[in-house]
Design a protein around this ligand. Sequence first.
Ligand code: SAM
Length: 211
Amino acid sequence: MSDNHHFHKKEAYYKRAKNNGYRARSAYKLLDIQKRYNIFKRAFCILDLGSAPGSWLQVAKKIAEDNLEKYKDQYYHREDYKIMGVDIKSITPVENVKIIKMDFTKPEFNNEIESFFQDKLDLILSDASISKIGNKFTDQLRQINLCYDILTLVQKYLKYKGNLVMKAFQGSDFDKLTKNIKTEFKILKILKPQSSKKKSNEIYLIGLQKK
Ligand SMILES: C[S@@+](CC[C@H](N)C(=O)[O-])C[C@H]1O[C@@H](n2cnc3c(N)ncnc32)[C@H](O)[C@@H]1O
């Protein structure tokens, strides 16, 4: 694909994001993942890691609201949903969503999770990425380390049969990471969303049905 074509495609996603009121076009990556794997199935307790500016929170809130309606006559219906977003950066409030300004790799973050959610989590989302310092090799390793921190939260707080979406960077140690995630979930999917930049090495790991 020519760079020019790529540019126009990227622009198209950007315009679409603006038109639908999303804060970032990353919203379409999550919507794409949802369309393929139905990660929000029966999801009411949702944690989003690395949320700024908040488009995944907007998507999560919308689908959780739909779920209240969709399951209202079913055995597993809920009265309400609980969504928490966390970032080092400030996030403009999203109605009915708890926002924490913190580094989620700090032990204190566990207290935040435990005091907000009474139940275990149905879904953990992470679009978190380290801020790149330039060296591709070290950046990739730092991102993988971040993924292991997320995996620790998954082991601790994600419920049986819960789902995970996590951004990683392809490169060395990526295969080892996927093997580790595979041991936690019945199904592991790896996806490079259509709306992701072609040249970037970002990729999403989708764990379905935690063991
Ligand atoms: C690509 S952005 C997320 C975009 C978001 N999903 C959206 O749709 O609006 C990645 C975010 O991860 C955050 N992040 C990375 N590491 C973090 C950490 N350890 N704790 C909290 N936030 C972190 C960054 O500050 C950045 O805002």
